[in-house]
Design a protein around this ligand. Sequence first.
Ligand SMILES: [Fe+2]
Length: 269
Amino acid sequence: MNSALKSPPLVRPLWAQMPACDWFGGRPRTEENFGGSAGCLTGPMLMSDELSRLHEIVHERLIYNARNLHGERAADLVANVPLAEYHTVCDRLNHSKMLTKTGRILRDSDIREIKQMSIFDEFRRAFGSVRLSDEDNIGFEQICMRVARPQRTEDVGFLHCDSWFWRHHEWPLPEGLNRTKVWIGLDVKPELNGLVLCPRSHLKNYDFKVSNLGYKIKFDPDFDTSELTYETFPGRSGEAVVFNYGTLHVGKLNQAAQSRTSIEFTLLY
Ligand SMILES: [Fe+2]
C-alpha cells in the first residue's frame, strides 16, 4: 500500500481526541458531515471491566457456535483455550461455518448489555438518540464480532466502505436516519493487526465491482487505489474508532502471534 500523504495536511492531528460535540465539525448532524474532513476519528474507550466482559461475550459466542456445529467436545475445545489462542484449535472445527455473518452477530441479551456500557453515553452526546442497525433483518439491533487469525488473509476482508454493502444488497435505510460506523479492537496491537482507514476517502464517490465467491461476495475497487492515503488506527484495545459510512477501510493482516478479536456496529441517528 502507498502510505505517502498526497492530500494537504489535516487541520488537526488525525487521531487526536476531540469532544463528541465536535464530531460533525459544527455542521448539521448528517451522515455526510460525520468526521469532518478526515471522515474518521478516535472515539471513546471502554472501561477495563467492560473490556473484560466483552472478551467473555465473544468467547461465549464462539463456544456456542462450536457446540451448535460439532457438539459438546468441540465446545470444550474452544472453552479450554483463551480467546487469543482460538487459532490453535480452529483446525479441528469448520472455521468458516463458525464465523458466518449470522454466526458473528452477538446474542440479543449481550447486545442489550453492551448498550448499557459507558461508550454509549459518549455516542448519545455526539448523535443524540441512537440505535443500532439490523440490515440483515434478524429482528434485533446488531453488534458483530470478528476473529482474525494470525497470517490469514481471508480473515481481514477487502478494501471497502460500508455503504457499498447497503447499495449492493439494496437494504432500505430507515427513513430519516443517518449511519456511522464503530469498530473496537478487543486485543489489538495496532502496528501488527489494526484497522486501516483511508482518511478523506468519504469525500469522493468510489465505484466497485462485485465478485461472487460462492459462499460470500467480495468487492473489488474500480479505481486506482494507489491514490489513497492509508492510516492504521493507533488506538489501544477497547478504544473505538468511529468513521463515516463512506470512509474506505480494511483489516490489517494479523502479523501477531495471537488471534485478534474486534466488534463493530452501525449507529443510526
Ligand atoms: Fe466495513
